[in-house]
Design a protein around this ligand. Structure first.
Ligand code: IPM
Ligand code: MG
Length: 358
């Protein structure tokens, strides 16, 4: 039996994960999914209880699990804490502690939601991009880092953007493999005109392409990539990039699809073990109001079924159930438009479970 660790986290994390757990329960009861679930604290809620955003017990449970489902972390309540114990550190500690170097962030526009995008329907209809973000290296983890006081009393903040060839190569291989199974187009995003580290990034990607002759590799500077994403996003199929560029570009890509509340993600280690989470944050401003969209988290369960639990068929069923409720015109507030029916977080979760059972 496979083990899943459930980490709701903070803010809307609690509510959206509860809906995803309903989906998992339904799959267990009605579809023979053989998993056991355990729950633990991470982020601000863990800090409140244990004085650390990533208790040893949580990390241990995550290491023992076959897959982790995470809601979101953070909130204004913890913003004034020292950076070393902020909720975000819990998430970053899980990513590095589990070796989850490959972050897959698909941005798919559901045709039912073409109106919800701020871009013209013809620009985004049919959009289907996969962003592959490096997740355990780069400026997020590079040493040295900190804030120091210089001799003249002036303070200076510093971080280090560093990648070695092995780190670039392993994320590159993940991206090439994915591109091979899709349209065969891979765009590597860097800032090789300014940063040596991404000059090396580009060189390694170029070298790797010799092993993937069927994949057409292109390179783009990150500023241009940001522009192209809103100008003509359908030119992209698979994109591969560094930790911080991927953070920024994936938020941008998310909005193309109408709402950041729709996008799931998978963070994988070398062996396909993964942590699954919506790409949005904890949205403290709407927490506890039953208005958050649980779809990104439920689609994260689908990714978990596919990548870590070996249940591609069940993944398709979950995705089909989401499509079904969208077809039926049900919408949470973030994707609502005239003529559709507004439902809350729990209402959306229940409808997806009902569609699964139907
Ligand atoms: C994300 C988030 C995180 C990140 C934060 C919460 C640390 O923005 O998953 O994209 O920067 O990676
Ligand atoms: Mg982000």
């Amino acid at each position: 039996m496979k083990k899943i660790l459930i980490l709701p986290g903070d803010g809307i994390g609690q509510e959206i994960v509860a809906e995803a757990v309903k989906v998992l329960d339904c799959l267990r009861e009605d579809f023979g999914l053989d998993v056991e679930m355990e729950q633990a604290l991470v982020g601000g809620s863990a800090y409140d209880e244990y004085g650390t955003p990533l208790p040893d017990e949580t990390l241990r449970l995550a290491q023992e699990a076959d897959a982790v489902l995470l809601g979101a972390v953070g909130g204004p309540k913890w913003e004034s804490l020292d950076i070393s114990v902020r909720p975000e550190k819990g998430l970053l500690g899980l990513r590095s502690g589990l070796g989850l170097f490959a972050n897959l962030r698909p941005a798919i526009l559901y045709p039912q939601l073409a109106d919800a995008s701020t871009l013209k329907p013809e620009v985004v209809s049919g959009l289907d991009i996969m962003i592959v973000r490096e997740l355990t290296g780069g400026i997020y983890f590079g040493q040295p880092r900190g804030i120091r006081t210089l001799d003249d009393g002036m303070r200076e903040g510093f971080n280090t953007l560093v990648y070695n060839e092995a780190e670039i190569e392993r994320i590159g291989r993940v991206a090439f493999e994915i591109a091979k199974k899709r349209s065969g187009r891979l765009c590597s995003v860097d800032k090789a005109n300014v940063l040596e580290v991404t000059e090396l990034w580009r060189e390694v990607m170029q070298r790797l392409s010799a092993d993937y002759r069927k994949v057409e590799l292109s390179h783009m500077y990150v500023d241009n990539a940001a522009m192209q994403l809103v100008r003509a996003p359908k030119q992209f199929d698979v994109m591969v990039t560094t930790n911080m560029f991927g953070d920024i570009l994936s938020d941008c890509a998310a909005m193309l699809t109408g709402s950041i509340g729709m996008l799931p993600s998978a963070s994988l280690d070398e062996n396909g073990k993964g942590m699954y989470e919506p790409i949005h944050g904890s949205a403290p401003d709407i927490a506890g109001q039953d208005i958050a969209n649980p779809i990104a988290t439920i689609l994260s369960v689908a990714m978990m079924l596919r990548y870590s639990l070996g249940h591609a068929k069940l993944a398709e069923r979950v995705e089909a159930a989401v499509e079904q409720v969208l077809d039926d015109g049900l919408r949470t507030e973030d994707i609502w438009s005239e003529g559709t029916q507004k439902v809350g977080t729990a209402g959306m979760g229940n409808a997806i479970v009902a569609a699964l059972r139907a």
